[in-house]
Design a binder for this molecule. Structure first.
Ligand code: URA
Length: 242
């Protein structure tokens, strides 16, 4: 005679086997956990995209300094709102003012070359400037313009929270690092950008502005920019194209 204890054991084993074969055993919990983590990540990503476009709207409405009434278009910046790498230039030039997009003129084409030499696409990174409007005749940004405009960039960086910022040229590097040192002194090494109290500093690489590079297109300057970008790629754990 079969003992009732044995029947329970057989039934339990049968049910466990059924559950296992239908994918309902322990791994299910792990899959659910993974799915919800992925959903959270997607949510955070679209939140960041929404906030970035809100800032862009504010920039387009901005009249905090006189550049606001002189521009054709504000240039808030563009790219991947979750980029690991953010490029920061000085201010829009004529082409950027005409199109409302950053780095689309000659210096922009050179930046595109730098980005693709790194094995990346423009859509992988975020590109923006210290000033969001073009200074007349492309003159240097004035301190009061930087003071008015900087909060937009600070918020963009805080939201994107990149692993690395590349500051293109002296104005971007000096502003973000709050220093008066020359670009020659600053380039080629990582510095720290402080994105706010309680937040880990973000690594910042300063290098020559692509407009400077175009004006001084020597093998030495090209090599320097490439050396700086190679350090960035290594830090990001990305392959360094030869
Ligand atoms: N130079 C800059 O600094 N920014 C641009 O967007 C274009 C040229």
């Amino acid at each position: 005679m079969v003992k009732s204890q044995d029947i329970y054991k057989v039934v339990r084993q049968h049910l466990e086997m059924e559950e296992f074969l239908s994918g309902g055993f322990a791994p299910k919990e792990k899959t659910q956990e993974k799915d919800s983590k992925e959903a959270n990540r997607q949510n955070e990503m679209s939140e960041s995209a929404k906030e970035i476009s809100k800032i862009a709207e504010e920039v387009r409405e901005c009249r905090k300094c006189e550049l606001g009434s002189q521009r054709k278009n504000a240039v808030p910046g563009e790219g991947n709102p979750n980029a690991r790498l953010v490029f920061v230039g000085e201010a829009p030039g004529g082409d950027e003012d005409a199109q409302g997009r950053p780095f689309v003129g000659r210096a922009g084409k050179k930046l595109d070359e730098v980005i693709s030499a790194c094995g990346l696409k423009r859509s992988d990174v975020f590109i923006c400037n210290i000033l969001k409007c073009r200074p007349p005749e492309n003159r240097d940004p004035r301190p009061e313009e930087i003071v008015s405009c900087l909060p937009y960039l600070q918020r963009q960086i805080e939201l994107i929270n990149p692993e690395i910022i590349v500051a293109l040229g002296a104005h971007a590097a000096r502003t973000l690092l709050n220093t008066n040192k020359s670009i020659g002194q600053l380039r080629g090494q990582f510095h720290e950008y402080y994105a706010g109290i309680g937040r880990a500093p973000i690594k910042l690489m300063a290098t020559y502005h692509t407009a400077y590079l175009l004006r001084n297109y020597t093998p030495e300057n090209r090599r320097r920019v490439w050396e700086d970008m190679k350090k960035v790629l290594v830090e990001l754990g990305l392959p360094v194209p030869q």
